[in-house]
Write a protein that binds this ligand. Structure first.
Ligand code: PLP
Length: 368
C-alpha cells in the first residue's frame, strides 16, 4: 500500500456527496407558544386507539426479535385489501422500499425518472445507487404521461410516480397510469407510490392493485404514516413475486420492528378509525381550499391530506414571510422551495382548531 493510501480517510463512492440530504418538516414552535405541527402530513386524529394498545402490549416483550417476515402483518394487510400476502413485503416506512428498489434495479449509469415536483426521496435514492436522476416537467402541477414517456431511454430502469403526489396533492386518473404503463418497455419498473391512497375520494382513482396483479413490471408502495403511524415507521409493497423475492434478499432480516408489526395489525383492522380520519380530511380539505381561495391565495387542487398554498409575488406577502408569521404563532407549515415552489407552503389538514387558526392568521398576515 502506498503512503497516500495509508494516510487518506475513507471516501464515499462517487456521487454520494452530491446528494442533498432530506430535510424533514419542522417540529418546534417558539418558546411559550402552543405548537400545531402541520408540516409532515400526519393524521390530526392521531393513531388508532387499538394500535396504541397493541404497541403498549409489545413493550413487555421487547427482548424478543420480531418475525422477520412480518407474516401476521402481511396477512392482515392481505385480508383487508384483498391481496395475497405472498405478494406483500413490509418495510421500515415505505421510504425503505423505495430505497431498496433503487438499490436493486439501478446500476451506475442507469437512469430513473420522476416528475418535476415529485417526492424528494426518489432523487436521493437514485443518486445513492449511482444512477442518473431524470426529472420530467409536469403540466399544471400534475404528472404528464407524455413527458414521462418522452424521457424514457434505453438506460431507463425505473419510473417513480407518486399518485397522488406530495407536495402538490394532484393525481393521475387511472386511465392515465394505464396509458403510461402500456407504453413502457417491459424491462422498466413502474413504482406507483400511493402513500395517500386512503385519503383519495375520486371515482377515477385507483391505487394500482390491478396493474400490479396483471404485470411483471409494476409495484405499488403504501404507508401507515399518513393515517396515524408515522412514528412507528411502517410501509409495504405489493408486487409480483420475482420483485418480492429480490427485495427479500436485500432488506434487513428484521427491517420491521415488533412494535410496528403489532401496531400495524391493529391499525389496518381498525376500519372505523380510518373512516373517521378520511371523513375529517374530506371535510377540512374542502374547507381550507375554500377559505384560502377566498383570501386570494391560489391553492393547488389536492386529493391528499394537505394543501399547497401559493403566495402573491408582491414582495410583502411571500411564502417565507408567511412562514415566519405563522411559526411565531405556533403554526408550523412546510417550506417547499426544494420542490420547485419557492413561493408556496404546504399545510397538512389539521384539527378544526389548527385549521381555523391558520386561516385566521393568514387573513391577518395578508392585511399586514
Ligand atoms: C410520506 C410519503 C412517503 C413515505 O413515507 P414513510 O413514512 O416512509 O412510509 C412516500 N411517498 C410519499 C409521496 C410521501 O408523501
Amino acid at each position: 500500500m502506498d503512503k497516500a493510501q495509508i494516510q487518506a480517510r475513507p471516501t464515499p463512492r462517487a456521487g454520494i456527496m452530491d446528494i442533498e440530504a432530506y430535510v424533514p418538516g419542522k417540529s418546534t414552535a417558539p418558546a411559550g407558544v402552543r405548537l400545531f405541527k402541520l408540516s409532515s402530513n400526519e393524521n390530526p386524529l392521531g393513531p388508532s386507539p387499538k394500535a396504541i394498545e397493541a404497541a403498549r402490549d409489545v413493550a413487555a416483550r421487547l427482548d424478543i426479535y420480531p418475525d422477520g417476515s412480518a407474516r401476521r402483518l402481511r396477512e392482515a394487510i392481505g385480508e383487508v385489501h384483498g391481496l395475497n400476502p405472498a405478494n406483500i413485503v413490509c418495510s421500515n416506512g415505505s421510504d425503505e422500499i423505495l430505497g431498496l428498489l433503487a438499490q436493486i434495479y439501478l446500476a451506475p449509469g442507469d437512469e430513473a425518472i420522476f416528475t418535476e415536483h415529485g417526492f424528494m426521496v426518489y432523487r436521493i435514492y437514485i443518486q445513492a445507487a449511482g444512477a442518473v436522476p431524470v426529472a420530467v416537467k409536469e403540466t399544471d402541477e400534475r404528472a404528464d404521461v407524455d413527458a414521462i414517456l418522452a424521457a424514457v431511454t434505453e438506460r431507463t430502469k425505473i419510473i417513480f410516480l407518486a399518485n397522488p403526489n406530495n407536495p402538490t396533492g394532484t393525481y393521475l386518473p387511472f386511465q392515465e397510469v394505464r396509458r403510461l404503463h402500456s407504453a413502457l418497455p417491459k424491462s422498466v419498473l413502474l413504482v406507483i407510490d400511493a402513500a395517500y391512497a386512503e385519503y383519495v375520494r375520486r371515482n377515477d382513482y385507483e391505487a394500482g392493485v390491478e396493474l400490479v396483479a396483471g404485470n411483471e413490471n409494476v409495484v405499488m408502495t403504501r404507508t401507515f404514516s399518513k393515517i396515524g403511524l408515522g412514528g412507528a415507521r411502517l410501509g409495504w409493497m405489493y408486487g409480483p413475486l420475482h420483485i418480492v423475492d429480490a427485495v427479500n434478499r436485500v432488506r434487513g432480516p428484521f427491517n420491521v420492528n415488533a412494535t410496528a408489526i403489532e401496531a400495524g395489525i391493529a391499525a389496518v383492522h381498525d376500519r372505523e378509525h380510518i373512516a373517521r380520519s378520511v371523513e375529517h380530511n374530506e371535510r377540512w380539505l374542502a374547507w381550507l381550499t375554500d377559505e384560502f381561495t377566498k383570501l386570494g391565495l391560489r391553492v393547488t387542487p389536492s386529493v391528499g391530506n394537505f394543501v399547497l398554498i401559493h403566495f402573491p409575488n408582491d414582495g410583502k406577502h411571500s411564502a417565507a414571510a408567511a412562514d415566519d408569521y405563522l411559526t411565531a404563532r405556533g403554526y408550523i407549515l412546510r417550506r417547499v422551495a426544494g420542490y420547485g415552489f419557492p413561493n408556496a407552503l404546504r399545510m397538512t389538514v389539521g384539527t378544526e382548531e389548527a385549521n381555523r387558526g391558520v386561516v385566521a392568521a393568514l387573513a391577518e398576515f395578508l392585511k399586514s
